[in-house]
Ligand binder design. Structure first.
Ligand code: PEP
Ligand code: MG
Length: 654
């Protein structure tokens, strides 16, 4: 039986890394020593987003993508206009030179010339420049920042457009604007890189680390067309990894020595499913890789057809699949992946990468954009989960009297999420008013992160009432009966859930944090990543109890942590009675395909067996046995990460 179980276990990233990784640190692995420099080297990592990619490496340096934000004096507006016009002129000249160069080349692709000419036309659109100048004049801000606001403006007006071709032109405008911003801020890549990035879509970005702020910028950058992401540090459940997953490209984290071994322009063959990247691979591996990429594309195409299919298990159990969003722009992707609504809008990302906190009006506009984009489907807005690794800028922190340099011993146990909100009640009330106003425009629910005390829930309810009164006094429309939910992320909330549910309308379980706090394993720290196991009997039993408690109280419960997007774990949750799952949009269709083939009664029976098991080994054994007999679930099983072998699993106890 053991042999059978080993054979059917999905490829574990740990196993692969152990088997295949060449440690290129101080000790050179056997064979690599004598090899010429360009010989292939295989590095191992942890998959954050699945898939395979092939392309050239581009090293990423910290801060490369940031756009400076600063305010100016009224007397400096003219100088800012001049800077803007000079930058436009420089970019125009560059376009001219590139077009002339391409025209001289005999075999230059005509599409490339047409593309550059279109960009040149957009650049010379007077209205963009004059309206950006208006923003500089009115808001007294630098040209780079004003251009970002202008782009946001244009994006909003493009959302109304029904024609796909025209709607796609926003990407061209964004590329042009960002090119001007780069000239303005003096952060220009070498010309060869820029032109390669423009003409190819096969760049794999390699970085030592990415902060959530970096990935956010990357999400917004339209001119970088990347096919893969390799991060030397990082853990699978960090906020950076969650955001990276929403980029929908194969991503590996915890790739030891990546920045030492890989250099810009190296050819990389990346197999995120197996947790490996081959640097400068030999040609004979290519046909298999292109065959895999072809198969993956075929799977995507097949899953796309399920967009409008209701998610009902094979034995007739309806399941709702909701999307997790980080930015308002993500709503479009949620809709195109057939989301039943938004289960988690991580609003804190609106508060990052800027020198101030967003105003009530700005937030209202952003939230209503999501409501509108979701066309009548439910939108759950989580109040800002700031703190920990998700920090506002220095200037923003200083503006509310915080010392950005104050050392914090344990950021994830500190003043994070609702604790941050309740210590900055002006900022919190501003956000509540914006959410309540958005609630008058559609189906909005409010979700509170990291509750650990009932008193916190009571205080939040009183602030919601106060925000409603303030809006009433102002004569502004707002949601009078907004549903208020809480995140179950701290074990104390899970254990006292019955009491919390007397105050709350619904709950959403954040397994990313719940596992971190229950098992005392920092979700950001790869050194203890092997202990971060959703299959720990304590985690399963806590989830099971929460689901039962919520059902007995007649309240909705969903799971919005990453575990909900893992097919095998989602099956266990289904067996515990969960019917609402929220996840990154990219996971919605693969999970829907899996659920359509799954049997909820079987899942319940499996959970019963697991419930009687006391060790992680027994739990794994029950799962493996079940899936060995169910070919219809094989694809989901192969994509699952929860069964990856972990070093301690040979121990007797969990
Ligand atoms: C969670 O903790 O599971 C969750 C969804 O919140 P976040 O990942 O943003 O901390
Ligand atoms: Mg959380």
């Amino acid at each position: 039986m053991d042999k059978l179980l080993n054979d059917i276990a999905p490829a574990s990233t740990t196993d692969v890394a152990e088997e295949k990784t060449v440690d290129t640190g101080t000790e050179i692995a056997p064979g690599a020593e004598a090899a010429p420099e360009s010989d292939p080297v295989t590095l191992g990592g942890t998959a954050v987003s699945p898939g395979a990619a092939f392309g050239h490496a581009q090293m990423f340096a910290e801060g490369e993508l940031e756009i400076p934000h600063f305010t100016i004096e009224k007397t400096q507006t003219r100088a800012e206009f001049t800077r803007l016009r000079a930058a436009v002129h420089t970019v125009d000249k560059e376009f001219g030179e590139l077009i002339a160069e391409l025209n001289r080349e005999e075999d230059a692709p005509t599409e490339a010339i047409a593309f550059l000419e279109l960009h040149r036309q957009l650049l010379n659109d007077d209205s963009i420049i004059s309206e950006t100048q208006d923003i500089i004049r009115e808001r007294l801000i630098n040209a780079e920042w004003a251009l970002s606001l202008k782009l946001e403006d244009i994006r909003r007006s493009f959302e109304e457009i029904d024609d796909d071709y025209l709607a796609d032109r926003i990407d061209d405008i964004a590329q042009v604007i960002e090119r001007v911003q780069r000239v303005l801020s003096g952060r220009r890549r070498p010309a060869d890189t820029v032109s390669r990035m423009m003409s190819e879509s096969s760049v794999i970005l390699v970085a030592e680390d990415f902060s959530p702020a970096d990935i956010l910028i990357l999400k917004r950058r339209q001119d970088i067309s990347i096919t893969g992401l390799i991060i030397e540090k990082g853990a699978a459940t960090s906020h950076s990894s969650i955001l990276a997953r929403s980029l929908e490209i194969p991503t590996l984290v915890n790739v030891s020595n990546a920045c030492e071994v890989i250099q810009t322009d190296d050819v990389l063959l990346m197999d995120a499913d197996k947790g490996i990247v081959i640097v400068n691979p030999q040609k004979d591996g290519m046909p298999q890789m292109s065959e895999r990429i072809r198969k993956m594309n075929a799977v995507r195409l097949r899953q796309r057809k399920l967009k409008a299919t209701h998610c009902v298990t094979a034995d007739g159990c309806a399941v709702s699949l909701l999307a997790n969003l980080a930015l308002p722009e993500d709503a479009k992707e949620a809709m195109s992946n057939g989301a039943d609504g938004v289960g988690l809008f991580r609003s804190e990302f609106l508060f990052m990468n800027r020198p101030n906190f967003p105003s009530e009006d700005e937030q209202f506009e952003t939230y209503t954009r999501v409501v509108k984009a979701m066309r009548g489907k439910i939108v759950t807005i989580r109040t800002m989960d700031l703190g920990g690794d998700k920090l506002p800028s220095r200037e923003a922190l200083e503006s509310i009297g915080e010392d950005p340099d104050k050392p914090i011993a344990n950021p994830s146990l500190g003043r994070r999420a609702i604790r941050f909100s309740l210590s900055h009640t002006d900022v919190f009330l501003t956000q509540l008013r914006a959410i309540l106003r958005a609630g008058a425009t559609g189906r909005v629910r409010l979700l509170v992160p990291m509750l650990s005390w009932m008193t916190e829930a009571d205080i939040v309810l009183s602030y919601v009432r106060r925000a409603q009164e303030e809006l009433k006094d102002r004569g502004v429309k707002y949601a009078e009966n907004i549903q208020i939910g809480g995140m179950v992320e701290v074990p104390s909330a899970a254990l006292c859930l019955k009491q919390f549910l007397k105050r709350l309308d619904f709950v959403s379980v954040g397994t990313n944090d719940l596992i971190q706090y229950l098992l005392a394993v920092d979700r950001e720290d790869p050194d203890v990543g092997y202990l971060y196991d959703p299959l720990h009997p304590a985690v399963l039993s806590m989830l099971y109890n929460c689901i039962n408690t919520a059902h007995r109280a007649g309240k909705e419960i969903s799971v919005c942590g990453e575990a909900a997007a893992d097919p095998v774990f989602a099956f266990l949750l289904l067996g515990m009675g969960l019917r609402h799952f929220s996840m990154e949009s990219a996971r919605l269709l693969p999970i829907k395909e899996f659920m359509l083939a799954a049997n909820a009664q079987d899942a319940t029976a499996l959970m019963r067996r697991i419930h009687r098991a006391h060790t992680i080994q027994d739990i794994r054994k029950h799962i493996l046995e079940y899936f060995a007999d169910h070919d219809e679930l094989a694809a989901g099983f192969a994509a699952s990460q929860v069964l990856c072998a972990r070093p301690w699993q040979s121990f007797k106890d969990a």
